[in-house]
Design a protein around this ligand. Structure first.
Ligand SMILES: [Zn+2]
Length: 299
């Protein structure tokens, strides 16, 4: 019995993120659960309905995040999550008022500016235009139009549920694990879809959250199986929340950041997510221009 306990302890120790890993050696996976509200996620963790996010955040942290400076829509939420800038710099104000994010501003490009070919960048999404890279004949371009050419892998512009997005995420982990350093962004649309269809206080919304959580579990297992869990940061957040008891998210500013990084400890704003990730990956924030308005949420 005692030897079994020791074995379990060792297994857990090797499968968790090791804070001693040098920032320049870390991978990161940033996961967006579209439309996942902060209070609802916390309640479901407490109720044991999101076991994988529960496990991740018990190793690391779960902090409250407030969406500020823009409407609670998919386009501006992701633009701010993935750049750290407010709409005056990204040009993405709402789902209807937007332009292409200027070249060089995203987390993907910041990592490439510092680490060059030393890092693989992957953007994987399950929504079309709101995280799109297309440009129409009239000249209006979707937010990631100027970002796409610099990415190692663009896997977007398609509407896909978690079971497809999740499979693709596992494939990228399989492809790069142990071979190249990577930053992988994964967008799951299902919670937002569930909220619009069934409402925030519905079984459909809970089922979508549970499915995203199941995929988080498969991603964490893949990191363990490939032997890179100790040096891979995992973040789970949202672009916006959901209006309580509603099928809309017109004023849904409460979201969250869950991570296996135990250094994260402060609640903050959506604009803090990009500097938090960049800093943990070894980027010197003082060298970034224009200056990032947010703060690092870690001690
Ligand atoms: Zn929506």
């Amino acid at each position: 019995m005692k030897s079994r306990l020791v074995f379990v302890t060792i297994l857990l120790a090797t499968s968790a993120f090791r804070p001693e890993t040098r920032p320049e050696q870390r991978n990161a996976i940033l996961i967006s659960w579209d439309g996942a509200g902060g209070e609802h996620v916390r309640a479901n963790i407490s109720a044991g309905k999101l076991p994988n996010l529960g496990r991740l955040t018990r190793q690391g942290a779960l902090v409250d995040i407030e969406v500020t400076g823009h409407g609670t829509d998919t386009k501006p939420g992701h633009a701010q999550m993935l750049t750290g800038y407010d709409p005056n710099l990204t040009g993405v104000y709402s789902n209807t008022k937007f332009g292409a994010i200027p070249r060089g501003y995203t987390v993907f490009e910041r990592l490439q500016q510092v680490f060059g070919k030393g890092i693989v960048t992957i953007m994987l999404t399950g929504k079309g235009p709101n995280l799109g890279s297309q440009s129409s004949d009239g000249g209006s371009a979707e937010p990631f139009y100027l970002t796409r050419p610099s990415l190692t892998v663009w896997d977007g512009d398609l509407i896909r549920p978690a079971r497809i997005v999740g499979e693709h995420a596992l494939r990228y982990i399989e492809r790069y694990a142990g071979k190249e350093r990577f930053f992988l962004f994964v967008h799951f649309p299902d919670v937002d879809v569930g909220g619009h269809y069934f409402g925030e206080d519905s079984g459909g919304y809970d089922r979508a959250l549970a499915e995203c959580d199941a995929w988080l579990g498969k991603i964490l297992t893949a990191l363990e199986t490939r032997g890179i869990a100790d040096r891979t940061l995992v973040y789970v957040t949202a672009d916006h929340g959901f209006d309580k008891g509603s099928k809309r998210h017109g004023s849904a500013t409460h979201i969250f950041l869950g991570t296996n990084d135990a250094k994260v400890s402060l609640p903050g704003e959506q604009r803090d997510i990009a500097p938090t990730v960049l800093s943990a990956m070894g980027v010197d924030l003082t060298k970034i221009a224009p200056r990032l308005p947010g703060k690092v949420l870690a001690r």
